[in-house]
Design a protein around this ligand. Structure first.
Ligand SMILES: *Cc1c(COP(=O)(O)O)cnc(C)c1O
Length: 436
């Protein structure tokens, strides 16, 4: 057995891979790829093959792999302070990162609370909201609203607001499901708004918060809505005294064109921020796990008291890890230094043009784009389409992983002209091969 083959078989007998039917790896209908190093947008396998990372390694890798600025920052941090518990201690990277994130909201939100994964950020925001109402003497406000097709993570609390039957149904007996309301993605924003308003008019006294993925519901199938929907949500949440939680785990960090997607819904005075923002995935440039929740000062203030029980209770061993915070600071440096939002706007126009043959392919419908996200629905009866396409893409040096029949791109922000052309042309080839 060659070395890569033996790594695959060792992995199959020792590792339980996520989001994977392991039998498909065992019977080789789904390849398991060993990766030994990565540089820029390329992943390299030990057998010399390479793959262009068209989905930023599950939407995390914004500036390419092993970006020298992030690597250098991590090296320095590792030599200085690897980790210290954050209860009773603080350090420069966590403070600097919290200050910079708050500044990015124009100071409207702050007091960053840290965890390591996105699902935990969702749960922290929900817990904070519920506990806020309890501290205010309104313990009945303890239920949540999410939208049809929403995805907010897969831990038990996060599953409560995740409307993806595949991920939720098996675990339904352990989940206290939230209220699922129609999303404007179904095509009728007016009907969605009316349904929400009617629901709030009757039940707001029991509702702590409403959680939304601003602009794009990613894992649920890349349904997009425009910013006016977020303005409606802000207005309704204000009117009915319900917190608005923006889950920016996928759409934040410039993915939809502004640093936070919810910025697109602010009024001329820069008002209209959500009460909570969850961030993760891209914030460390895809190097280390980190997630966080920003909240408005009125939330933070409601937890100040003489008793521990009224303080926020969520203890996580690695909260505010200095290495992860330093990687996030280096990532934010790159946003400023490379003027990345402006560069992305120009690149996105270019890429959309390059995708024209795909957008007009006879088997493709619903081509859509928001910032640095592109998605389209493939008209095929093949139940295996997603796996077939994935294999055909890999055979053409591309990492692309459709969700069902929805093919999408979430590329890193650093593709050059050659990589851009290659990604567009070979995706078209892979599609034809998968449909053949
Ligand atoms: C990925 C994702 C999560 C969960 O993040 P994990 O780090 O995978 O737990 C939550 N919300 C959204 C919108 C996501 O895309």
């Amino acid at each position: 057995m060659s070395a890569p083959d033996s790594l695959v078989s060792r992995s199959l007998s020792s590792v339980w891979h996520p989001c994977t039917q392991m039998q498909w790896h065992a019977d080789r209908s789904l390849p398991l790829l060993p990766i030994s190093r990565a540089q820029g947008a390329w992943l390299y396998a030990p057998d010399g093959r390479r793959y262009l990372d068209g989905i930023s390694s599950w939407w995390t890798n914004l500036f390419g792999h092993s970006h020298p600025h992030i690597v250098q920052a991590l090296r320095e941090q590792l030599d200085t302070l690897d980790h210290v518990m954050l209860a009773g201690f603080t350090h420069e990277p966590v403070v600097a990162l919290s200050e910079r994130l708050s500044a990015l909201t124009g100071g409207h939100l702050g007091h960053a609370f840290y965890a390591s994964d996105g699902a935990s950020a969702t749960e922290i925001a929900l817990k904070m909201s519920l506990h806020y109402w309890r501290n205010l003497g309104q313990p009945d406000k303890n239920e949540f609203i999410c939208f049809a097709g929403s995805y907010h993570g897969e831990t038990v609390g996060a599953l409560a607001v995740t409307d993806v039957p595949l991920f939720r149904d098996a675990y339904a007996p352990m989940v206290r499901a939230a209220h699922v309301l129609p999303s404007p993605a179904a095509g009728d924003a007016d009907a969605a708004r009316r349904a929400l308003e009617e629901f709030l008019a009757r039940h707001a006294s029991r509702i702590a918060a409403l959680i939304v993925e601003p602009r794009v519901q990613c894992a649920g199938g890349f349904a997009m809505h425009d910013a006016s929907w977020l303005r409606e949500l802000r207005a309704l949440c204000d009117r009915y005294q319900v917190h608005l939680v923006a889950d920016e785990i996928a759409v934040g960090c410039g993915r939809t064109g502004t640093f936070f997607a919810c910025e697109q819904s602010l009024d001329e005075r820069g008002e209209g921020w959500p009460d909570f923002i969850c961030l993760s995935k891209g914030i460390t440039g895809g190097t280390l796990p980190l997630s966080l929740v920003l909240s408005k000062p009125f939330v933070f203030d409601a937890f100040l008291d003489d008793t521990m029980a009224r303080g926020f209770l969520h203890s996580h061993s690695y909260t505010g890890n200095p290495l992860a915070c330093r990687a996030a600071l280096a990532t934010l440096d790159l946003f400023a230094e490379l003027d990345i939002l402006a560069r992305n706007r120009a690149w996105a126009d270019h890429f959309t043009r390059a995708l024209a043959p795909l957008a007009t392919h006879p088997a493709v419908g619903g081509f859509r784009n928001a910032g640095m996200i592109w998605a389209m629905d493939v008209d095929t009866a093949q139940p295996e389409f997603s796996r077939r396409f994935y294999r055909e893409a890999l055979a053409r040096e591309l990492l692309l992983r459709p969700i069902g029949r929805t093919l999408y791109f979430m590329p890193p922000y650093v593709l050059d002209d050659e990589q851009t052309a290659l990604l567009a042309a070979r995706t078209l080839d892979a599609l034809d091969a998968a449909l053949a």
